[in-house]
Design a protein around this ligand. Structure first.
Ligand code: URA
Length: 208
């Protein structure tokens, strides 16, 4: 397992973090011409969505979830009145894996401290984990698959200064990855799309 260097410093603010990451070198997915894809949305949002890794469109545009899966994610969020002003969107892995393969455990482990720092800086109340990769990275003790844990609330304290003072506890909900929904587009009751539309309503109720 390659262990990532911790981000050198705790960054003073989100803008510093983004600037530092733009110069990221030596990471496991660094390859000629690939970009570091960090975020879109509001860095002060109370809701954070964490996906897997950038795809081709994201690599080209330099923003997460801007391809087909991203359009569907936006539609899910919009169904309860959420958009880039109320949500912050990022990925576990900051660069596109070759041919969009699933990032390996060691790649995920390498980028994880950066994600933790991002969570600390944005300081969301609610974190949505889109798909299995984000769930494995952030809820590693949950051995059940996404189909079992989606829509459930977990309370976690990661991405904080730590301590047992009850500060910075976050509500975490796994949801199906929008790419999975693109492959399973049926809207039938109890199907993955229908369930996701229920899940986002539960998120909206917590947010209000
Ligand atoms: N899938 C992801 O997990 N993230 C993206 O940014 C795009 C597609």
């Amino acid at each position: 397992l390659t262990v990532s260097p911790l981000p050198d410093a705790r960054y003073a603010g989100h803008a510093d973090f983004v600037q530092a990451l733009r110069g990221l070198r030596g990471d496991p997915l660094q390859a000629e011409g690939t970009r570091v894809v960090i975020h879109r949305g509001n860095a002060k949002a109370k809701i954070m969505v964490i996906g897997e890794a950038p795809g081709e469109t994201e690599d080209m545009e330099g923003k997460p979830f801007v391809g087909r899966a991203g359009k569907l994610l936006d539609a899910i969020l919009a169904s309860v009145g959420l958009d880039e002003s109320s949500v912050y969107i990022t990925n576990v892995v900051l660069r596109r894996p070759p041919n969009n393969r699933t990032p390996s455990a060691s790649e995920v482990a390498w980028y994880l401290p950066y994600l933790m720092e991002n969570v600390r800086l944005v300081d969301p109340l609610i974190i949505l984990l889109a798909g299995a990769c984000a769930c494995k990275a952030l809820l590693p003790l949950e051995k059940q698959g996404i189909t079992r844990i989606r829509g459930q609330w977990f309370e976690r304290r990661f991405g904080t200064e730590g301590g047992l003072d009850g500060q910075g506890s976050r509500l975490v909900m796994p949801i199906f990855h929008p790419s999975y929904l693109l492959r399973n587009p049926s809207r039938k009751v109890e199907g993955p799309k229908w369930l996701t539309w229920q899940d986002i309503q539960a998120v909206r109720r917590r947010y209000d």
